[in-house]
Structures are given as structure tokens and as C-alpha cells.
Ligand binder design. Structure first.
Ligand code: AMP
Length: 327
């Protein structure tokens, strides 16, 4: 009898032990998921929205933000995962994340493009809260450009303004510099987060910061892409699904050139690529190879040179740009 009771006890023990293990597994699993969730998305319901520069500045002063590191992500809204990757990076690297949304009229060389620029402000605010942005600066045009004279400052950008985007979008970089200078002077960040997607713009902003002698570190973040390779862009909202598929040919072309390029064959690859893209329905503006340090255009190069291929084209009236670094 005792022997039987002994085995029953052992059996009970074994069952309890297995139940305990299962429970521990479940606890660990849910705990881990929660940890991951908290790590990836940090809802900041306290994100503050300022419409006036003065209010933003006095808030930063009142809270002693000058003692903390401040990161700034300027955007034109219609936010997508690419923009949000800049916010995430900014959150990782700095104490306070400030984003601005302002569709800057002075950087649109084509008034139609300005009129059609997508605006999705409610969604943008939700996305920013979801990604833990601390402050959104949402100025009206008068806040940035109180009068016409404030739109007409000239920046000496030299060679950078004569090629690629500068050549095809007259006045575009002057407009970019006016708005970026004004925003930087309002926000006064330690770090500025911008995307490699607009590579020439990154060099222009570097130059602006050195012209203005501002003490701001620039962090260039990688381009986020759709699964088919299409660089994410607010302008993609103006494409339907089949156009989005076609638009991915731009990136595929860059990849193909990168794979098959030798020091001497870029010109041949370029002619073939332009021909193929035009047959696909693109209206090409440029496809160029350049040194990535200063965008000096080249056709031949030495192995190991740091280069970038840049492309711009219209697809059914929507202007798309992309680039790919080499080495
Ligand atoms: P925009 O709203 O187009 O002026 O862009 C605001 C910032 O987001 C700029 O610094 C862009 O370079 C950056 N950006 C735009 N698209 C992407 C993308 N697909 N991946 C990463 N950054 C991007």
C-alpha cells in the first residue's frame, strides 16, 4: 500500500512540475513580447504641438532643454515609414525629439507640384505620437515667412546648385536653405536627422550649416524602401499600385548598374538604362554617376573610389528620385 502511495506522490509531483514549466514558458513568452513591444513603439500621448516659434522656444527654455541633447527631424508631412525611421533614430540618439511639418512653398519650382503635395496631418500626428516624438512644430506660412523679403535670401551654394536637382529644379535649393535655416534658428537642435534619399540635399544642408557657422551635427539616415525596392516617398501616394510597381524599376536599374559597372563602362550602361526606362514610360531627367563626397560627375573611375549613382524621372506626372552608394 505504502509503495502505491509513494508512486502516486511521485506522479503528482511530476504533473505539478510539468504544469509549472508550462506556466513559466507562457509567462516568459508574454513578458518578452511586451518588452519587445515597449522597445519598438513608445506611445507619447504627451507630444506637444506648437504652431508658434515663440511658444516652442519659451517651452524649451522653461524646461531647461539646453542641458539636454535635442534632435530635430524636419519634414513636409505625409509621413511614411522612411520619415519615422528618422524619428526612431533621433529618439535613440538624443534626449528630446522634435519634428516639424511644413510644406515649404519656396522649394517648389513647379506650383502644380506644390498644390498637389499630399497633406495627411491627422495621420502624421498619430504616427509621431506612436513613435514617441516629444514635440511637433507645425507652423503656418506666415510664421516662417512673415513677408516677401524673408523669402528672398540668397545662399552661395556654388557647384552643388548647378547639377542634378539644382539643374532641373531652379531655385529649389535656395528654398530648402531658407526654410532649413529658419527652422534651425527656431529649434536650435544639437543634431539634425536627414535622409540619404535626398542625397544632394544632405550636401546642401551641410554647406548651409558651415556657411551659417552653426554648431549642429548632421546624421544621415539610410533610405527606407518598399518590398519591391521603391524608395518610400510622400509622392508615392499619388501613384496607383501598378505605377508603384513600375516605379520600382528606378531602384532595380540602379542595382543593375552597380552590379555590372566597371571603371570604364558607365556611359554604355547609362544609355541602355535610359532607353529601357523611357520604353517603360518614364520621362527621364538624369541618371548620373558622381563622387559621393562632392557630387563631381564622372563617367570613369578608379576601383575603390567612393561614388553614388543618382536618378530622377517622372512617372505619369509624379517626379521620383533615388540614389545608390557605391563603396
Ligand atoms: P520630406 O518630407 O520629403 O521633406 O522628407 C523629410 C526627411 O525625410 C528628409 O530628410 C528626407 O530625406 C527623409 N526621407 C524621405 N524619404 C525617406 C526614405 N524613404 N527613407 C529615409 N528617409 C527619408
Amino acid at each position: 500500500m505504502n509503495k502505491i502511495l509513494f508512486f502516486v506522490d511521485i506522479y503528482k509531483w511530476l504533473i505539478s512540475f510539468i504544469v509549472f514549466l508550462q506556466a513559466a514558458k507562457l509567462l516568459f513568452f508574454f513578458g518578452f513580447i511586451n518588452l519587445k513591444r515597449n522597445d519598438e513603439l513608445y506611445y507619447n500621448e504627451d507630444m506637444i504641438i506648437f504652431k508658434h516659434a515663440e511658444d516652442l522656444q519659451s517651452y524649451c527654455k522653461k524646461n531647461n532643454f539646453s542641458k539636454l541633447s535635442m534632435g530635430f527631424v524636419p519634414t513636409m508631412g505625409a509621413l511614411h515609414t522612411g520619415h519615422l525611421s528618422l524619428i526612431d533614430q533621433c529618439k535613440k540618439q538624443t534626449d528630446i525629439t522634435i519634428c516639424s511639418i511644413f510644406v515649404n512653398p519656396t522649394q517648389f519650382n513647379d506650383p502644380e507640384d506644390f498644390k498637389k503635395y499630399p497633406v495627411t496631418i491627422e495621420n502624421d500626428i498619430l504616427f509621431l505620437e506612436k513613435h514617441g516624438c516629444d514635440i511637433l512644430f507645425l507652423p503656418a506660412e506666415k510664421e516662417i515667412y512673415p513677408d516677401d523679403s524673408s523669402k528672398n535670401i540668397h545662399y552661395d551654394l556654388g557647384y552643388l546648385e548647378t547639377i542634378l536637382e539644382g539643374k532641373f529644379r531652379h531655385g529649389h535649393f535656395q528654398g530648402v536653405c531658407s526654410v532649413v535655416e529658419k527652422l534651425l534658428r527656431i529649434v536650435n537642435p544639437d543634431y539634425l536627422f536627414i535622409g540619404q534619399k535626398d542625397f544632394q540635399q544632405c550636401l546642401v544642408i551641410k554647406k548651409l550649416i558651415s556657411i551659417m557657422k552653426l554648431d549642429i551635427a548632421i546624421i544621415i539616415c539610410p533610405t527606407l524602401r518598399e518590398a519591391n525596392g521603391l524608395a518610400m516617398s510622400s509622392r508615392n501616394l499619388r501613384l496607383n499600385d501598378s505605377e508603384k510597381n513600375l516605379a520600382s524599376h528606378l531602384y532595380q536599374t540602379l542595382e543593375k548598374i552597380k552590379k555590372t559597372m566597371t571603371p570604364f563602362n558607365f556611359s554604355v550602361l547609362k544609355s541602355k538604362a535610359i532607353n529601357d526606362l523611357e520604353n517603360d514610360g518614364f520621362k527621364m531627367e538624369y541618371l548620373e554617376l558622381a563622387k559621393s563626397s562632392n557630387l563631381e560627375l564622372v563617367n570613369v573611375f578608379k576601383p575603390g573610389d567612393k561614388l553614388i549613382i543618382l536618378i530622377a524621372a517622372y512617372l505619369n506626372g509624379v517626379r521620383l528620385i533615388d540614389n545608390l552608394l557605391i563603396n
